[in-house]
Write a protein that binds this ligand. Structure first.
Ligand SMILES: O=C(O)[C@H]1O[C@H](OP(=O)(O)OP(=O)(O)OC[C@H]2O[C@@H](n3ccc(=O)[nH]c3=O)[C@H](O)[C@@H]2O)[C@H](O)[C@@H](O)[C@@H]1O
Length: 435
């Protein structure tokens, strides 16, 4: 057995042996060992010297989703000024909100709504390439016009997050940055773990250590109901049968959030969104790419359930979702901890934000055909085993009672607004939507 075998596996517990006081043989062996130790120390010193001198790895390189391999785009007095200005509320008593995923679909709408009513909003987004970053950049321009600055960075970058909390005393975090999409989870499972689990934990870690701790509202998903067949879905129903990795990471997020609420006194509110759609939406969602494909004369695939029935979704219009998000922010109590220490129990809430009227996907197609004045080329296919569930239907009693949430837009009205925006944005049609 070499002396190296004696090294304990736990770092920091290693103690050097004393000089053996016996026998010449042992003495020679000791001299050889001392030389070895000397060389090892020299090598260690050089290695440490190299570590001190070499720059830390760029956070963007540690991040699977990041769109750029360049150095982080933050820091400096000009940057800090922009951050402070954007986060500063214009109205007395306004909130100071960090919106993660601000260049995303829901993030853009929520940021603009907050800014319009006088709250301070700072955006954070990594502009990844899950879908066309040009759309995200267009949303960014829109936000800039409203006075919302987006910091380009990742929720996994703890140094950046701590910096933001140093510069601004956020009262709230609206956490919308996530790897979305149900079916893509089969292609890129790591991205879901990276954003929806690791990124969320990173944000919670930084938030729990902040002083004051912010109140956090975050996006969960209707997909957590998975194979639950009891309708409409109520927050009390079982959520232990996810049908996709996406759903599993969103469900994990709810458990993780509960832990941080329990241990650190963070005020946390999870919103289970039900298939959100509307202007500036996500191109990976069916209503969006159906529109694109119908206009191009391309065949669309419409899934049907195993009993040949239609698959249905509780499609929820973006403006209704925004009202639910603002209601959640406004009713969120303060976190009770500070600097990583819990001082008392804090609120933990979960709400469904749906529309309460599921619509078959076949009906969605019929409405689009009418609005686009074009017949869709349809291919009906049995629902593949790709994570999709057959239907969703929200019970919103709780959100109605506690957040004042009241969805008001039906699918036809909402799609009309979406199509108007789509034509204006992609085809340059004159009939542009308001923003
Ligand atoms: O409610 C939610 O939590 C989720 O809503 C959507 O997920 P999903 O409802 O699956 O929305 P789409 O991907 O737009 O699909 C809508 C419907 O169209 C169907 N579909 C989709 C794609 C396709 O080619 N054909 C088709 O019939 C799906 O099976 C589904 O019933 C979002 O994409 C998720 O990010 C979100 O978390």
């Amino acid at each position: 057995m070499s002396h190296l075998d004696d090294l304990p596996s736990t770092p920091g517990k290693y103690k050097t042996d004393k000089v053996p006081p016996y026998g010449i043989l042992h003495h020679h062996r000791y001299l050889r060992l001392s030389k070895l130790t000397l060389w090892a120390s020299l090598f260690l010193a050089l290695f440490l010297f190299y570590l001190v001198l070499s720059p830390p790895p760029s956070p963007s390189r540690r991040n699977l989703n990041d769109s750029s391999a360049s150095a982080p785009k933050y820091g400096g007095s000009h940057w800090e000024k922009q951050v402070r200005k954007s986060a500063h509320p214009r109205s007395h008593g306004g909130l100071t909100v960090l919106v993660t995923g601000a260049a995303g679909f829901v993030g853009t709408h929520v940021s603009i709504a907050l800014r319009r009513r006088g709250d301070g909003v700072l955006g954070l987004d990594n502009f990844n390439r899950y879908y066309d970053p040009k759309l995200k950049r267009a949303r960014q321009s829109l936000l800039e016009k409203s006075g919302v600055f987006i910091v380009e960075g990742d929720i996994n970058d703890a140094v950046l997050l701590r910096k933001l909390f140093d510069v601004v005393l956020f009262t709230h975090v609206m956490h919308l940055a996530a790897q979305a999409g149900v079916r893509y989870a089969m292609q890129n499972p790591g991205s879901y773990v990276n954003s929806n689990i690791a990124g969320f934990v990173n944000l919670l870690e930084v938030s729990k250590s902040a002083n004051p701790q912010p109140s956090i509202v975050w996006a969960s998903s209707s997909s957590v109901y998975g194979l639950n067949s009891k309708v409409p879905f109520s927050e009390k129903d079982r959520t232990d049968q996810p049908a996709s990795l996406y759903a599993a990471t969103k469900k994990a997020g709810e458990g993780i959030a509960h832990t941080y609420n329990h241990i650190y006194g963070l005020s946390l509110t999870g919103l289970r969104f039900f298939t959100v759609y509307g202007p500036w939406g996500r191109p990976d969602m069916a209503y969006f790419f159906f529109t694109k494909d119908i206009l191009k004369g391309k065949t669309i695939t419409v899934f049907e359930s195993p009993d040949k029935g239609s698959v249905a979704r509780d499609f929820t219009y973006i403006d209704d979702i925004v009202k639910g998000c603002l209601g959640a922010l406004d009713t969120a109590e303060k976190s009770t901890g500070s600097g990583g220490k819990k001082k008392g129990p804090a609120m933990f809430r979960i709400y469904n934000l749906g529309n309460t009227s599921p619509v078959p996907v076949t009906k969605l197609v019929t409405i689009l055909e009418k609005l686009l004045k074009m017949k869709a080329k349809k291919k009906i296919m049995p629902l593949p085993r790709n994570g999709d569930v057959e239907f969703t239907h929200a019970n919103i009693t709780l959100a109605q009672a506690e957040l004042g949430y009241k969805p008001a837009v039906d699918l036809e009205t909402g799609l009309k607004k979406f199509v108007k925006w789509y034509m204006g944005f992609y085809t340059g049609s004159k009939k542009k939507s308001s923003w």
